[in-house]
Design a protein around this ligand. Structure first.
Ligand code: KIV
Ligand code: ZN
Length: 505
């Protein structure tokens, strides 16, 4: 079987497009999880785009091993110099350089003739080759290019040393059969194509990114690019988990195999959602909360008789365990440890004690603690150390239009108390936290959702703060009390910003 190389660009095409600022620590956490998932290539960022991206690529190159670390560049020497510098400590460095090849990109954006584009593409690949042997070339907007011109560009960049050629559907315009035909056309007409891996990179503007990527793989592409949960520019990128599970479930149809550990899919999806603040819709294929829920009576009856009636993927395959133990306030450490292991967490000793204490507090407030609650507990303990801690809060409302919040925060060991008014409890709370911390960032988005079912469910609050420099920082907080969850989310966003300042170059 042909090997399918899985190229993850969550940290580049995914992050860059959303206006979300992930700090280096968060990117590292995602990078390590991607290694567990078994991707072949991590595109860690676009070093020339910002000092923060430069630092992220540099850090991942240094810390994340056993995988190719890739950086994006335009087809210009200064970008390539920065990228090579960022990748200096990578075990397996790759430079991903390229240029627009469609008429609209060449004429309107680049103002270059086709000959000039070929010349610049070749020069960039040769320049990148001076630094690394693994050079991927992207022909931006390849799908809307003239196929014979595309063949000419690709043949020339392979001669110049490109080891991978990426043919993106940059604007998500293709139909699956057309994209497959383009890939076949390139494979059949580029004379030296046997010297490079053909890569597919699709956007989801018409909801066809996964279908198009699969059509490209079927036509002979051996690398697929995408993001976890499909996050990315506009309507997003190809969802890697969808491609991986299509190939796994329908292996008869594609003739390729990847080295992905499908059991890490669910954990990776949850991590990316938690860190980016981009919620996965309940009905999302593979990783949505309802992906394995059978709601109608007929379906429930069917799966009880035989799972295969309505289930094409077993939840365990993507790391969603079928728990037989119910966790309550009476459960011991061992039961908790077992359930956490089922979810992919190995903890013992002091860490288990810490999680167990917090589990008991939660179990006292809820009749039963579900998997989703455990994910939250682990997210809380696995996160960064907080420099701001919520010590206590109280809210008084007159029930009509005013509320007053009193908050005590511990900031670097010092207790600070203050109070402020607002047009509702959450507004009063955030105003008070602003007074204490001196925060001036604007609250751009605030959402609340229930993590589990039942009236004692854990609430998850997400806060997005926009800073003066345009950066957006996401904070999350969890509690059975939604006002407390909101306070924690707000503080988490403030905390992250502090961390980022320290780490930026
Ligand atoms: O969509 C696209 O064309 C890209 C390239 C920069 C690889 O993301
Ligand atoms: Zn893209």
């Amino acid at each position: 079987m042909r090997k399918l190389h899985v190229f993850d660009t969550t940290l580049r095409d995914g992050e860059q497009s959303l206006g979300i600022t992930l700090n280096v620590k968060e990117k590292l956490e995602i990078g390590h999880q991607l290694v567990k998932l078994g991707v072949d290539i991590i595109e860690a960022g676009f070093p020339a785009s910002s000092p923060g991206d430069m630092e992220s690529v540099r850090t991942l190159a240094k810390e994340v091993k056993g995988v190719i670390i890739c950086g994006l560049t335009r087809a210009v020497a200064p970008d390539i110099d920065l990228c090579a510098e960022a990748l200096r400590n990578a075990e397996y460095p790759r430079i991903h350089t390229g240029i627009g090849v469609s008429p609209v990109h060449m004429e309107k954006k680049l103002k270059l003739s086709p000959d000039q584009v070929v010349e610049q593409a070749v020069a960039a690949v040769k320049y990148a080759k001076k630094y690394v042997s693994d050079v991927e070339f992207y022909a931006e907007d390849a799908f809307r290019s003239d196929p014979s011109f595309l063949v000419r560009v690709i043949e020339n960049v392979i001669t110049a040393g490109a080891t991978v050629v990426n043919l993106p559907d940059t604007v998500g315009y293709a139909n699956p059969w057309e994209y497959g035909e383009l890939i076949s056309y390139v494979i059949n007409n580029v004379k030296n194509i046997d010297r490079a891996i053909v890569s597919v990179h699709c956007h989801n503007d018409l909801g066809m990114a996964t279908a198009n990527s699969l059509a490209g793989i079927k036509a002979g592409a051996s690398q697929v690019e995408g993001t976890i949960n499909g996050i990315g520019e506009r309507a997003g990128n190809t969802s890697l988990e969808e491609v991986i599970m299509s190939i796994y479930t329908r292996r008869d149809g594609y003739g390729v195999e990847s080295k992905i550990n499908t059991r890490e899919i669910s954990a990776t999806s949850r991590l990316v959602s938690r860190i980016t603040g981009v919620t996965v819709p309940d009905h999302k294929a593979i990783v949505g909360a309802n992906a394995f829920n059978h709601a109608s009576g007929i379906h429930q009856d069917g799966v009880l008789k035989d799972r295969e009636t309505y289930e094409i993927i077993q939840p365990e395959t993507i790391g969603v365990p079928q728990n037989i133990i119910s966790l309550t306030a009476r459960s011991g450490r061992h039961a908790l440890q077992h359930c956490l292991e089922e979810l992919g967490y190995t903890i013992e000793g002091a860490q288990l004690d810490d999680v167990y204490q917090r589990f008991l507090q939660l179990a006292d407030q809820k009749k039963e603690v579900f998997d989703q609650d455990l994910y939250v507990l682990m997210g809380d303990s696995g996160g960064m150390e907080s420099s701001i801690v919520l010590q206590s809060m109280s809210i008084a409302t007159n029930g009509v239009e005013m509320a007053t919040a009193t908050v005590i925060l511990e900031i670097e060991g010092i207790l600070i108390t203050d109070a402020a008014c607002g047009n509702g409890p959450v507004n009063a709370l955030f105003n008070t936290i602003d007074r204490i911390t001196g925060n001036t960032a604007i609250l751009e988005d605030y959402t609340l959702k229930s993590v589990t079912r039942s009236s004692e469910a854990l609430g998850e609050a997400t806060v997005k703060l926009r800073y003066e420099d345009g950066r957006l920082v996401v904070g999350k907080g969890f509690s059975t009390d939604i006002i407390e969850a909101s306070a924690k989310a707000y503080i988490n966003a403030l905390d992250k910003r502090g961390l980022r300042n320290e780490q930026e170059v």
